[in-house]
Design a protein around this ligand. Structure first.
Ligand SMILES: NC(=O)c1ccc[n+]([C@@H]2O[C@H](COP(=O)([O-])OP(=O)(O)OC[C@H]3O[C@@H](n4cnc5c(N)ncnc54)[C@H](O)[C@@H]3O)[C@@H](O)[C@H]2O)c1
Length: 468
């Protein structure tokens, strides 16, 4: 990138030591010095899937951390070291509860203690698939209510380009003015997208490169200096809008490529080709190809939602984004397609889906986590029940079906025994958790519909296996 942040790239990696620092003066120089010396206090607003790992990273960096959430249950849990996101490990909760550098609180006035406030609140879609920025607005307003000179605010929540400047910026700017302060001179604002991938063990908050883009060069430089003690590679970009766009690009790239293989799967199957084998074959090319795999539909907080933040913004500017719309359409149809495949397989055995016993394997939206947000398993179960199936589920990480925004099923995880499996008309694998004995399935189920190709790794047994 040219300009004051000039740097070289080596593949996708940016070398941090080659990032040129921007000269700061006055209040911004004092703030940066506190980051450099790690004597700053950092507030993390929103202590969920993103905010809690962020809290750990900031605490590990040596900062004092105020963890703020409007959900009192999370504050109580953090005070008593009760793990509410289990994949992060009990040690984190023990360490934070015992630390004299960590304060969990639901008292917004404590935000005034912070030199930097990092906002990690949800950015869902509303019922018409439009961005719902109410959490960004309300959390920014809380920060604004306690704003003081010498604070840096960093928004991490995924949103469309322009959100930081137009939404958070407007709220903070108004509050600053009321106090005789000015955004960009006395208080600072930047965007730094979150790349957290719950359950992934290959990367941590520290080892995942972090983008920062501010409203001005000064804001960008302050955000960079905030993260340098906590993250190995911090990559400044020229504006907040570039950082916002980069995050959406990453997730749109995934959504579109997943839709592509989801669409190709039945097409190749009709030609007698197993798409997983074709993907493995294509993956031997050492450049120019990245493997994406078909599945039962999208889940989680990011891929099913984020692309529509961009398509909504683009549509409002008269620029259609057809790839996003098409990928959404294909991916959303997957749960129904999986149920149709099951119906066809049963029909081929002269059995209707109505009255059939179906065991759904895995509720979580991806393997080895207990996260059910937007999980396709919920829609698959709804469709199976609607078709008159007798549905049960097994998930080693989710003992009871949690109440969801759109779904409320009174179900408990079934035990996996040879008798239980033998009594099913079909077993439908939605999530390929490692903690499942798939050989037991192969040996005792009659029919297995496998949306993840997990059964390919096990010896064939009594069960007929259909890749769905
Ligand atoms: N979950 C992921 O894997 C992931 C990955 C990358 C990016 N993101 C993005 O990060 C953002 C946060 O997602 P998340 O998964 O951490 O959400 P989450 O629901 O797990 O946590 C959000 C937290 O914010 C709190 N909150 C809501 N309003 C608040 C307010 N006004 N003040 C203080 N706290 C408030 C909630 O109580 C909750 O604890 C979203 O924009 C999401 O798209 C998520």
């Amino acid at each position: 990138m040219a300009g004051p942040h000039a740097m070289t790239t080596e593949g996708n990696r940016v070398k941090q030591h080659e990032v040129q620092t921007i000269p700061l003066s006055g209040i911004s120089a004092e703030l940066a010095a506190r980051f450099d010396a790690r004597t700053a206090t950092v507030a993390v607003v929103g202590l969920g899937y993103v905010g809690l790992p962020m809290t750990r990273a900031m605490h590990d960096a040596g900062y004092g951390v105020v963890g703020f959430d409007i959900d009192g249950a999370k504050i109580e849990a953090l005070t008593s070291a009760t793990a509410y996101l289990k994949h992060l490990g009990q040690e984190l909760y023990d360490e934070l509860a015992a630390s004299n550098r960590f304060v969990p609180t639901a008292d917004a006035s404590r935000l005034a203690e912070a030199d930097a406030v990092i906002i990690c609140v949800p950015t869902p879609l509303d019922s018409a698939n439009r961005p719902d920025l109410r959490y960004v607005e309300s959390s920014t307003q809380l920060v604004a209510d306690h704003l003081r000179a010498g604070q840096l605010v960093v928004l991490t929540s995924t949103s469309y380009p322009g959100t930081t400047r137009e939404v958070s910026g407007a709220i903070l700017s108004a509050a600053a003015k009321q106090r005789g302060l000015e955004l960009g001179r006395d208080v600072f604002l930047a965007f730094s997208p979150e790349r957290e991938d719950p359950g992934r063990t290959s990367h941590t908050t520290r080892t995942t490169p972090r983008l920062v883009g501010g409203l001005s060069e000064t804001d960008t430089e302050l955000a960079r200096r905030l993260f340098v003690p906590a993250v190995d590679t911090v990559v400044p970009v020229s504006t907040a809008e570039v950082a916002e766009s980069a995050k959406l690009l990453e997730n749109i790239y995934r959504a579109v490529n997943i839709a592509l293989v989801n669409e190709l799967k039945p097409a190749l199957a009709a030609m007698g080709v197993d798409i997983w084998e074709a993907i493995d074959a294509a993956s031997t090319k050492p450049f120019g190809y990245q493997a994406f795999y078909p599945g039962p539909g999208l889940g989680g907080h990011c891929i099913p939602i984020d692309p529509f933040y961009l398509s909504w913004r683009a549509a409002s500017l008269g620029k259609p984004t057809r790839f996003i719309e098409l990928a959404g359409e294909i991916n959303r149809r997957r749960p129904a397609h999986v149920v149709d495949t099951l119906r066809d397989e049963l029909a081929a055995r002269d059995q209707p889906l109505r009255g059939a016993r179906v065991l759904v394997m895995g509720l979580a939206y991806k393997k080895n986590v207990d996260d059910v947000r937007e999980t396709p398993a919920a829609e698959i179960i709804r469709l199976l029940l609607q078709a008159g199936g007798w549905v049960s589920y097994h998930d080693p990480h989710i003992a009871r079906f949690p109440l969801m925004r759109k779904y409320d099923f009174d179900m408990e995880s079934a035990r996996l025994t040879p008798e239980q499996l033998g009594a099913q008309d079909a077993v439908l694998i939605v999530t390929d958790h490692d903690a499942v004995d798939y050989q037991l399935l192969a040996d005792h189920a009659k029919l297995i519909l496998d949306t993840r190709n997990v059964m390919a790794k096990f010896k064939s047994g009594k069960a007929t296996i259909v890749k769905a």
